[in-house]
Structure formats: structure tokens, C-alpha cells
Design a protein around this ligand. Structure first.
Ligand code: FAD
Length: 477
């Protein structure tokens, strides 16, 4: 710790905080991060990485048991869940050391202080009785799973996505025989499918008429819930939970329609809220909105001129998304702006944020949905095509999914793409690059694509603007 005084004091030590600290150091500034849990934050310790590690393992198990190709016999592959969790922890530990901890060790201008942080007074925070002063501050406290208002929830044992964590009490080390998941967002779907593939009997309870209800094309959730049901996940929509209670060997979940589900484990994945309570924001004069998000302007300045905020803690403001690369990108900008004057400040541009859901098949999304395009005054040309039209999908016996392209009908400028299909999380980058440079439908048509690839889905969707894509020869335009 350097004297308890830094150029930049960062509340949090997640990907947003690290990006900001390293940028500050590049600018010759001293920075300190503060952390109540594990250094590195949500993504590396209990979010992106552990989930993607175990999701891939579950895919291997599933594919062995359900081969897509005639001629390959199903094989009831055996696995040790405890060992899978152990290797997950090892992967995370190596990654955390390489991408987070060692960077702090190597960078003499950056420190981490452990403990709960809160604003103390002007230009100072307090962390477990220790006072740290700073010239500039960045709030990068991330978010936490929401505990919905369900009768009895406080009295039953339940898990959240924190079950993926390592070296913390919430980590799940034994595979549950059955699992009820409350919520139908991306975390619920990724983890629900993963546990089902490992052999748990999984029920997903979504209160609205379909999963992925908000912020996605309706086709995405509808297609995905059908695919999940087909592989044995019990996805229930319009399923509103009335109360939960403990029973012998697990939990009973009572729905408003009178149905009751029993499972060994309850997983609550009903969204996330920013970590802005109990950290003295109000006392420091930092404004939050009705969702508890720190209010920022396009330069990531809060209502206090020397305090900035970025990452999950700003929620969806300015078109942002709660995702690691967005936080890291904005953390860098916030650090730069913290020490820049007026015109040297850089504003954040959230207009092109590619996103993915790591279900199988994957979901890839970028830009506007049809509804958002219309709301912004575009006359929309939209087309949804089945992945069956993509040669590679047919060639590898995996035609699950759809692609939807949204364009301005007057200019042909592509506004958004949503895709459910093999490798959609990779393919979506082509669409993102297109959107970034204002690509039109003909740009996707004229662009030569490798044959046969799933990325051809973009070209085929674009071609459907001009002709029937079902009548194309191989690679034809
Ligand atoms: C299951 C799951 C899967 C995910 N998968 C993906 C994915 O595949 N791709 C992707 O891009 N995103 C994914 N995300 C989202 C991603 O993890 C977050 O968007 C990202 O980690 C946010 O980074 P951050 O730095 O803003 O916050 P965080 O990483 O949450 O860091 C904030 C830190 O502040 C600490 N903190 C909070 N309050 C205090 C306090 N008072 N004192 C001290 N410390 C405090 C917290 O302990 C935390 O470590 C996933 C999230 C989850 C939960």
C-alpha cells in the first residue's frame, strides 16, 4: 500500500477496475483497487469463465450420449462431477493469476486493498477502518444476483450463479439429482441446460410467456425454449412462483396456478442488481437511479465531478450491457477521462455491442431488434430464416436455430442481427464489424464467405432481401 493516497481510487477489482487501473498506470498515475471478495471480480471467479468451462464439459457429455451422426453409437460417458469442479477451479486459478493478480504484482503503481469499501468524506474512502485518499475515483462495484420477492425464499436454502465460484462457501461441489431454476434469462438458460446435460432433472420457471423476454428478438427465446425442451429441459412459461418451502431432501416450489415442483436444489437466476447499497454513494453526493444504477453521462462522469463509474454498476444506461468487455472498454475510458480536461475526454459509444449466450446452440446478437428499429423511426426490412438454409449446418447434421436480419428498408443499412445456431457467438463478430462500419445489405452479399461455414448465414440472410434463399446453388449470390 502506498501512503494511503492515490491518483485513482477504484471501488471494486473486477474486469472494469483492472482495465481502469492499468490505463491509469500507463498514464503514470498511481491506482488502488478495493475488493471484498476475490480479486478479479465476477467474470473470472464466478461468471463467464467457470460457466463456459463447465458448459463445454457438459456439451462433451451430451454429444457422446446423443451423437448427431447416423453411424455413431451413443455412449453413456462417465464423469466425476467433483473432479470437473476441481479442474474448473484450477483453470480459474491459473487465469486469475495470469490475467489479474500477476499484473498487480508486476505494476508498481497499482495496488489492491482487501475489505469492504465505502465513501468516507470528500476525496476519501474507508476500507475496514483504513482510510484511502484519492484525487479521482471510479465506482466499479459490479452487480449481484437479485433475490426476488417470493414468500419463504429467505427460509429455504437456495443457490445463485455464485454456485460457480471457487474457494467460497457458495460453490457447488456435488451434482444435484434435480434442480428448479427460477428465471428465464441467459444465466438460467446456460446453467439450466448445463445441469440437464450432466444428468440433473431440470425445470426452468419463467414468469412471462417466453424465455429471454426482454431486449431480444422474440424468435430467439421461442426457438431456444423449443430446443431446450426437445433435449429434456422442462421449460415452463407463464410460471409465476407463489411460495417456496423446505421439504425433506430439498425444496418445494408452489406456482400461482397451483402446480408444485419439488427438487433437491433451487437456483435463483432472476436478474442482477448493481452493488450500490451501503457504500456511501448518497453521502458522497453520487446520484443513483430507480434501478440502483450509478447515473453517468456519456463521459462516465457521475453527479460528482471527480467520481466516475463504469461496468455492471451503470446497468443499461447509455445503451450499455452488463458484460465483461463493455466494462473493460468503459473502465479504460473512465480512467482516461478522469485525468483529461474538457475536449480531451472521450465519450462512450455503446451502439455496437456484440453479445452471446452460451447455450447449445449459441445465441449471438448485435445491434437493434425489429421493435427497437421501428421505435427509432426506421422503416424496417426484417427477415428470419431457418439455419437449415446454411450448407454447413446441413453438412454437420446440426440445423437447429435461426438468423434474423434487421435493416432500414429505405437505405438497406443493416441495423441488427440475431442468431441462434452453431458458433453464433463467433459468427456475430462479422455482423458487429459490419454494423460498426455502416454496412449495407449488399456488403454482406458481396463479401466472399468461406464455404461451408456457419458465417454464410449472414450472406444468405442478406440475399433474402433480393431473392428466395431456398433456391440458391452452393455459394451462389
Ligand atoms: C453466471 C454468469 C455468467 C456470465 N457470463 C458472461 C459471459 O460469458 N460474457 C460476458 O461478457 N459477461 C458474462 N457475465 C457478466 C460479467 O461477469 C459481468 O458483466 C462483469 O464481470 C462485470 O464486471 P465489473 O468489473 O463491472 O464488476 P465485477 O466483476 O462484479 O467486480 C466488482 C467487484 O466489486 C466487489 N465489491 C462490491 N461491493 C464491494 C464493496 N462494498 N467493497 C469492496 N468490494 C466490493 C465485488 O466483490 C466484485 O468483485 C456473466 C455473469 C454471470 C453471473
Amino acid at each position: 500500500m502506498q501512503n494511503g493516497r492515490y491518483d485513482l481510487v477504484i471501488l471494486g477489482s473486477g474486469s472494469t477496475a483492472f482495465a481502469a487501473a492499468l490505463r491509469a498506470a500507463e498514464m503514470g498515475k498511481t491506482a488502488v483497487m478495493t475488493e471484498a471478495r476475490t480479486v478479479g471480480g465476477t467474470c473470472v471467479n464466478r461468471g463467464c469463465l467457470p460457466s463456459k468451462n463447465l458448459i463445454e464439459a457438459a456439451k462433451l457429455v451430451h454429444e457422446a450420449r446423443h451423437p448427431r451422426y447416423p453411424g455413431i453409437e451413443p455412449y453413456d460417458v462417465r464423469f466425476d462431477f467433483g473432479e470437473l469442479v476441481r479442474q474448473k477451479d484450477e483453470v480459474i486459478s491459473v487465469f486469475r493469476d495470469k490475467k489479474y493478480k500477476s499484473l498487480v504484482d508486476e505494476e508498481k503503481n497499482v495496488d489492491v486493498v482487501r475489505g469492504r469499501v465505502a465513501f468516507a468524506d470528500d476525496h476519501a474512502v474507508e476500507i475496514d477502518g483504513w482510510r484511502i485518499e484519492g484525487e479521482r475515483f471510479l465506482v466499479a462495484l459490479g452487480s449481484t444476483p437479485v433475490a426476488p420477492e417470493i414468500e419463504g425464499l429467505n427460509e429455504v436454502p437456495y443457490m445463485t450463479s455464485d454456485l460457480l465460484t471457487s474457494e467460497e462457501d457458495m460453490e457447488l461441489r456435488e451434482l444435484p439429482e434435480s434442480l428448479v431454476v427460477v428465471g428465464g434469462g441467459y444465466v438460467a438458460l446456460e446453467l439450466g441446460q448445463m445441469f440437464s446435460r450432466f444428468g440433473s432433472k431440470v425445470t426452468i420457471l419463467e414468469r412471462s410467456g417466453q424465455v429471454l423476454k426482454h431486449g431480444y428478438e422474440p424468435e430467439v427465446g421461442l426457438v431456444l425454449q423449443r430446443i431446450l425442451r426437445e433435449e429434456g429441459v422442462d421449460v415452463r412459461t407463464n410460471a409465476r412462483v407463489r411460495r417456496v418451502r423446505s421439504i425433506e431432501g430439498g425444496v418445494a416450489v408452489e406456482l400461482e396456478d397451483g402446480n408444485e415442483m419439488r427438487a433437491e436444489l433451487l437456483l435463483v437466476a432472476a436478474g442482477r442488481r448493481p452493488n450500490t447499497e451501503g457504500v456511501g454513494l448518497e453521502e458522497a453526493g453520487v446520484e443513483t437511479n430507480g434501478h440502483g444504477e450509478v447515473v453517468v453521462d456519456e463521459y462516465l462522469r457521475t453527479s460528482v465531478p471527480y467520481i466516475f463509474a463504469a461496468g455492471d454498476v451503470i446497468g443499461n444506461q447509455l445503451g450499455s450491457q452488463m458484460a465483461t468487455p463493455v466494462g473493460a472498454h468503459d473502465g479504460t475510458i473512465a480512467a482516461r477521462n478522469a485525468f483529461a480536461d474538457g475536449e480531451a475526454m472521450r465519450w462512450v459509444d455503446h451502439s455496437v455491442i456484440p453479445r452471446a449466450i452460451f447455450t447449445d446452440p449459441q445465441v449471438g446478437i448485435v445491434g437493434l431488434t425489429e421493435e427497437q428499429g421501428i421505435a427509432r423511426g426506421h422503416r424496417c426490412w426484417c427477415r428470419t430464416l431457418p439455419m437449415e438454409l446454411v450448407p454447413r449446418a446441413g453438412a454437420i447434421h446440426d440445423t437447429r436455430g435461426i438468423i434474423k436480419m434487421v435493416a432500414d428498408a429505405d437505405t438497406d443499412k443493416v441495423l441488427g442481427v440475431s442468431m441462434v445456431g452453431v458458433n453464433a457467438a463467433e459468427v456475430i463478430h462479422e455482423a458487429a464489424m459490419g454494423l460498426r462500419f455502416g454496412a449495407k445489405i449488399d456488403d454482406f452479399i458481396d463479401m466472399l464467405h468461406v464455404y461451408p461455414t456457419i458465417a454464410e448465414a449472414l450472406k444468405i440472410a442478406a440475399i433474402s432481401r433480393r431473392k428466395d434463399p431456398a433456391k440458391l446453388s452452393c455459394c451462389a449470390e
